[in-house]
Ligand binder design. Structure first.
Ligand code: ADP
Ligand code: DP6
Ligand code: CO
Length: 363
C-alpha cells in the first residue's frame, strides 16, 4: 500500500435541518449586518424528514478555495452571509479527531483548511418555504460539527445561523419556537427559544400546498429592506401590533387552542402581505391561486362558525395550512383537491411524508 500523502485525506460531516414556518412573521431588520429584527416572531419547525436541507461539509488539504454547490450547481460563496457564518465558526474551531481516520486536526489546521459545501433542499428553493432557514441552519450546524465547535452559551450556534438568514435561528430548535427580537445593539439577546416541543401539540397537522416552485422575484432580504424604508404600516405592525399578538399566540400554543391559533395565524399572514403591498414599489408574493386558497379556508371557517383550518403564506405564493387533527386534515385535503383538481395531463405530485402532506398544484 502506498504511503498517504498530505493531500490525500478528506474529513466530512453531513447534516439535515428542517425548514420552519412562521405563524407570527419576521419582516424587517433594525441591523442589516447582525440581522437583528424589528419584531419578535413565532414559528413551527417541521420534521427533519419532511421539508429539509441536507448539507455535506468537507475539508481536505487538497482543496484550494472555499466552494459551495447548491442543488447540484456551483454558486458563489463570496456573499457576506456565507462569509460571516464561515468566519464565526472558524474562529471557534477546536482540535478534532476525525472519527473515520483518527487523524487529529488541530486548531491551527482549521485556519488554512478550505471547505467544500454541497447542499440540497428537498423542496423548492427561494419560493417562500423558508429554504434560507433550513439552508443556513444546516450549514452552520454541519460546520460546527466538523470543526468541533461547542456552544459556550445556549443558543450560540443558533445566533450564528441568524447572521446567515434571520429565520434560520429558529430552525435549530424543534416544535414551537420564538425568536425574541432582543434589545441590545450587539444582538446577544436576539435569540431563538423553544416554546414547546413538537409532541406538545401532536394532533396539529401541517399541509404544504405548493402553488409554484418558481424562484420568487423579490428575495426576502431585499423585500423587507424596501418595506422598512417605505411602509408606515410595517412600523405600526412591528411596534404596536406584534407585541400584543405574541402574547396571545404564546398562550394559544400553550393551551392548544386551535380557534385562537387559527385566527391569529391567518390575520398575521394577511397583515404581513398587506405591508408588502404598502411597500414602494409594492411587492406581490401571493398569486391568484394563493388568494383562492385563502377564500376557500375563510368560507369554510365562516360556514362552520369556528375555525376548521388556518393558512399562512411566507414571502412566496405557497400555502402552509394547519388543521387541528387528522380528520379535519383529510377534509381539508379533499376540499383542496375539489377546488384545485390536478390537471389531467399532469401527474399530481402528491406525497405524504411523515406529518406533512405536500401537494403540487398546476400553475
Ligand atoms: P426562502 O423563502 O426560500 O427562504 P429567501 O429569499 O429567503 O427564500 O432565501 C433564498 C436563498 O437562501 C437562496 O438564494 C440561497 O442563497 C439561500 N439558500 C437556500 N437554500 C440553501 C441551502 N440549502 N444552503 C445554503 N443556502 C441556501
Ligand atoms: C416571510 O429569514 O428569509 O419568511 O434574514 O434576510 O435572510 P433574511 O430573511 P428571511 O426572512 C423570512 C421572512 C418570512 C417570515 C419568517 O420566516 O418569519
Ligand atoms: Co428565507
Amino acid at each position: 500500500m502506498e504511503a498517504e500523502t498530505q493531500g490525500d485525506w478528506v474529513a466530512m460531516v453531513t447534516a439535515r435541518a428542517p425548514t420552519n414556518i412562521a405563524v407570527i412573521k419576521y419582516w424587517g431588520k433594525r441591523n442589516q449586518k447582525l440581522i437583528l429584527p424589528i419584531n419578535s416572531s413565532i414559528s413551527i419547525t417541521l420534521n427533519p424528514h419532511d421539508l429539509s436541507a441536507t448539507t455535506t461539509v468537507a475539508v481536505s488539504p487538497s482543496f484550494t478555495a472555499d466552494r459551495l454547490w447548491l442543488n447540484g450547481k456551483e454558486v458563489s460563496i463570496e456573499g457576506d452571509r456565507y462569509q460571516n457564518c464561515l468566519r464565526e465558526i472558524r474562529s471557534r474551531a477546536t482540535e478534532v479527531t476525525d472519527p473515520k481516520t483518527s487523524r487529529i486536526i488541530t486548531k491551527k489546521d482549521w485556519e488554512s483548511l478550505h471547505v467544500h459545501i454541497v447542499s440540497k433542499n428537498n423542496f423548492p428553493t427561494a419560493a417562500g418555504l423558508a429554504s434560507s432557514a433550513a439552508g443556513f441552519a444546516c450549514l452552520v450546524y454541519a460546520l460546527a460539527q466538523l470543526m468541533g465547535v461547542r456552544e459556550r452559551y445556549k443558543g450560540e450556534i443558533s445566533s450564528i445561523a441568524r447572521i446567515g438568514s434571520g429565520s434560520a435561528c429558529r430552525s435549530l430548535y424543534g416544535g414551537f419556537v420564538e425568536w425574541d427580537m432582543g434589545k441590545d445593539d450587539d444582538g446577544k439577546d436576539s435569540i431563538a427559544i423553544q416554546l414547546a416541543e413538537e409532541k406538545h401539540w401532536e394532533d396539529l397537522v401541517v399541509i404544504i400546498a405548493v402553488v409554484s416552485s418558481r424562484r420568487k422575484e423579490t428575495s426576502s432580504t431585499l423585500g423587507m429592506q424596501d418595506s422598512v424604508n417605505t411602509s408606515k404600516l410595517l412600523l405600526h405592525r412591528a411596534k404596536e401590533i406584534v407585541p400584543k399578538v405574541m402574547v396571545e399566540m404564546r398562550k394559544a400554543i400553550k393551551e392548544r387552542d386551535f380557534a385562537t391559533f387559527a385566527r391569529i395565524c391567518c390575520a398575521d399572514s394577511n397583515q404581513f402581505h398587506a405591508t408588502c403591498l404598502d411597500t414602494s414599489p409594492p411587492i406581490f408574493y401571493l398569486n391568484d391561486t394563493s388568494k383562492r386558497i385563502i377564500s376557500m379556508v375563510e368560507r369554510w371557517n365562516k360556514a362552520e362558525g369556528t375555525p376548521q383550518a388556518a393558512y399562512t403564506f411566507d414571502a412566496g405564493p405557497n400555502a402552509v395550512l394547519f388543521a387541528p387533527d387528522k380528520a379535519k386534515a383529510c377534509e381539508l385535503l379533499s376540499r383542496l383537491l375539489f377546488y384545485f383538481p390536478p390537471a389531467s395531463d399532469k401527474k399530481i405530485s402528491s406525497y405524504v411524508v411523515g406529518d406533512v402532506d405536500m401537494l403540487a398544484f398546476k400553475e
